[in-house]
Each structure stands twice: as structure tokens, then as C-alpha cells.
Design a protein around this ligand. Structure first.
Ligand code: NAP
Length: 232
């Protein structure tokens, strides 16, 4: 009997996370998508109205460890085929690191680097032995590709996320799951802005294909929406 695969997408209220939820629903998956606020009026809520019961909505602010722990408790006993931590924030791309306040630096670093890894630590026990664990990084997180500067604090946060994921996977030698840090391309969303060359409809199916392509291969890859491996 064919069983339905389940994806948990953390940070799915709008933008890429919403697009990823829609893509997995189209592929016949059951999706649990999270929103930060419980207000109930996000693109994800509107998607649920069309999803015929295949989309559940949970709530978590990834910067609040107690909220992450409560989510793990609520989902206890569920089996996930994919955990995808998408949530992230940006800041002024033109601001040099030295000009950014400590609070602003902490906000970006804690949201983009520390919190996704905490979510992975808390929810990985729910992911099946042949499952997949992904975080949304960026090509800007590549130290090797940083020749043109800009986005200094955001870049640093995604480079830190990449390094923390490498450490996590290195620590868990013998883990049979496939891990990914994903670069979605520059995409038109609230964060990406109107000038981005890609739309969600192009990027998210590419991301889902790249994840599927490496299914069953333990370890960690840094991969983009075109299924190309990126240099760290
Ligand atoms: P977006 O439109 O600004 O959406 C960001 C998403 O993250 C929203 O669902 C937001 O929830 C959620 N989020 C932010 N902080 C959160 C927190 N503390 N707890 C829980 N959820 C939180 O951005 P996007 O363009 O879709 O980006 C999604 C991811 O892709 C980010 O990690 C971003 O860095 C990465 N990325 C984007 C691009 C691009 O070109 N768009 C390129 C490379 C990488 P709320 O609705 O509650 O704010």
C-alpha cells in the first residue's frame, strides 16, 4: 500500500516557505506548515482552504526555544519524511557590518543561524531514517563565492548556518538521513524584492527536485534550485 509522505515546513506563512508547501501538496504530500503568529490570515491559511485536508498549520517562532520545544511535543509520534527549516530574515544589504548595531546583528544571526539549527536538533527525532532534513540558506552564504561584497551581516548569518549544519552532521556520523543547505536563487518575495529574476514557481519545484535527487544519500550537500553543488 502506498503511504503518503509528510513534510514539515517551518516558516511557511508566505514567500518561499508558502511556495514550498504548495509544491509538496501538488506532489501529493501531506504538509505541516508553520506560521509565526496565530492571527490566521496568511497566504498559508488561504492555501489550506484549497488543500482538502492535506495541509495542517502549526505555530512557532523559531527564536523562542520554549515555543520550539512545545512544537516538538505537539508533533510527538508523527513521522516526517522531510523537515525543511525555511524561516529567515534579512537586513539592510548596504550596511557594512561595523555600522550595524549589536541588537541588529544579534537579530539576524539568532534568526538565521542559531534558531534553524535548534529547530533541527529539536525535530530531527521525528524524521524517518530514510528522511531528509533541509535548511534554507543562500548562495550569499558561500564564503568562496563572496567576491562582490554587500549583504555583510546576512551573508555572515547564512555562512554561520552552513557551518553549524556541517558541524551537526559531522557530530552525527552514522545518521542515515540526507541533509541539505539550500540556495533557492534570487526570488521575487517580500525579502527578495520585485527586481529578483526568479519567481517562486520556478525556484521551489527546482528545490524539491534537488532534494528528491539525493534521497537516500547520507551526509550534507550545499545545493541550489538548479541541483548544482555550491562551494562552501
Ligand atoms: P519572506 O518573504 O520575508 O518570508 C520569510 C518567512 O520566514 C516568513 O514565513 C516569516 O514569517 C518567516 N520567519 C521569519 N522569522 C521567523 C521567526 N522568528 N520564526 C518563524 N518564522 C519566521 O522571505 P523569503 O524570500 O520567502 O525567504 C525565505 C527563506 O529563503 C529565508 O531563510 C531567506 O533568507 C531565504 N532566501 C531567500 C532568497 C530570496 O531571493 N527570496 C534568496 C536566498 C535565500 P512571518 O510571516 O511571520 O514574518
Amino acid at each position: 500500500m502506498k503511504t503518503t509522505s509528510t513534510a514539515l515546513i517551518v516558516g511557511a506563512s508566505r514567500g518561499l516557505g508558502w511556495g514550498l508547501a504548495r509544491e509538496y501538496l501538488r506532489r501529493g504530500w501531506r504538509v505541516i506548515g508553520t506560521v509565526r503568529d496565530g492571527g490566521g490570515d496568511t497566504p498559508l491559511h488561504r492555501l489550506r482552504a484549497e488543500a482538502g485536508g492535506a495541509l495542517e498549520i502549526e505555530q512557532v517562532d523559531i527564536t523562542r526555544p520554549e515555543a520550539v520545544a512545545r512544537l516538538a511535543t505537539r508533533l510527538d509520534g508523527r513521522r516526517l519524511d522531510l523537515l525543511f527549516v525555511n524561516a529567515g530574515v534579512s537586513n539592510d544589504p548596504a550596511a557594512p557590518a561595523g555600522a550595524v548595531s549589536t541588537d541588529e546583528f544579534n537579530r539576524v544571526m539568532v534568526t538565521n543561524a542559531l534558531s534553524p539549527v535548534r529547530v533541527v536538533e529539536a525535530l530531527a527525532p521525528l524524521v524517518a531514517p530514510d528522511g531528509r532534513i533541509a535548511v534554507m540558506s543562500s548562495e550569499l552564504g558561500s564564503v568562496a563565492l563572496n567576491d562582490d561584497g554587500g549583504w555583510e551581516v546576512y551573508r555572515a548569518s547564512k555562512a554561520a548556518l552552513n557551518t553549524l549544519m556541517r558541524s551537526l552532521v559531522a557530530r552525527r556520523a552514522g545518521d542515515t538521513r540526507t541533509h541539505y543547505v539550500v540556495a533557492p536563487g534570487w526570488v521575487r518575495t517580500d525579502m527578495g524584492g520585485a527586481d529578483a529574476p526568479l519567481d517562486i514557481e520556478t525556484s521551489m519545484p527546482g528545490v524539491a527536485d534537488a532534494i528528491e535527487f539525493r534521497r537516500g544519500t547520507p551526509g550534507l550537500v550545499y545545493v541550489n534550485y538548479r541541483n548544482e553543488i555550491l562551494p562552501w
